[in-house]
Design a protein around this ligand. Structure first.
Ligand code: SF4
Length: 245
């Protein structure tokens, strides 16, 4: 798995390098929304026809007047050339670096300023069932990333019947043990093909926020309809990008 495209946001002067593939196997993966598939999570999006060489990624980035470089797509740390592109971004371009989303499998990393990290569940057994991976290793990575000064923004997807309110609050409580001021965003699950779980109601989302605020100072939530999730650029100009490679 590797990087396969680069997009650019002219207004905010950031580029995003997009990866294909993931280390988790969440059945409720939101990538299924775009693919319409109920198939293998993390890889539900159709595979790119070709991948980018490290040298061509660097050359494309050199041409862009960017202030920040982001990495997205499944789990971007699976891309083998991520460490070298991070070094290049810092040492040669002198720009900010951030994982636009990550499941926390491989943080902290050298030359990486920040990350938006999605935690999947608080309970160890449930975490393993959902993701196929150990909860403790992921949570330890988050604590280590915070300790070295990475700018973290955390999130959890509230999935009624799977990742319930006790899990949302459990994640918030654990996060408070690291730092009560870390921003925490609760995302309402958007139903994907082949899964039985409903979208949380507005009232359920408010309860999730209330429970999380018992532990953390900086809590927010969002509850998007599927159509909104597929057309984010219509509502948020940070998603208005053009493909450059
Ligand atoms: S970690 Fe994220 S991208 Fe990977 S399978 Fe889970 S929801 Fe999908």
């Amino acid at each position: 798995m590797a990087f396969y495209k680069i997009t650019y946001n002219e207004q905010y002067r950031f580029a995003t390098v997009h990866n294909y593939g993931c280390t988790f196997h969440c059945s409720t993966c939101s990538y299924k929304l775009r693919s319409g598939s109920s198939g293998k999570p993390g890889l539900a999006f159709p595979a790119p026809k070709q991948y980018l060489e490290t040298a061509e990624i660097k050359e494309a980035l050199r041409q862009l007047p960017i202030k920040n470089l982001y990495f997205m797509g499944g789990e971007p740390t699976v891309a083998k050339d991520l460490p070298e592109i991070l070094r290049f971004a810092k040492e040669e371009l002198n720009v900010g670096t951030r994982l636009g989303h990550t499941n926390g499998s491989k943080i902290p990393l050298p030359y990486l300023d920040g990350a938006n990290v999605g935690l999947k569940a608080c309970d160890e057994d449930l975490h393993r069932t959902i993701t196929g991976q150990e909860r403790n290793r992921i949570f330890a990575n988050v604590a280590a990333a915070h300790k070295v000064g990475m700018d973290l923004k955390m999130n959890v997807v509230y999935v009624p019947g799977l990742v319930d309110l006790d899990q949302v609050e459990g994640v918030a409580a654990w996060l408070a043990s690291v730092d009560k001021d870390i921003p925490f965003h609760i995302m309402g699950y958007i139903p994907v093909p082949g899964q039985p779980y409903p979208q949380p109601t507005v009232e359920q989302m408010m309860m999730a926020e209330t429970l999380s605020r018992r532990h953390l100072r900086n809590v927010a939530s969002s509850r998007l309809e599927p159509d909104h999730a597929l057309h984010l650029a219509d509502r948020d100009d940070r998603f208005a990008v053009t493909r450059v490679l």
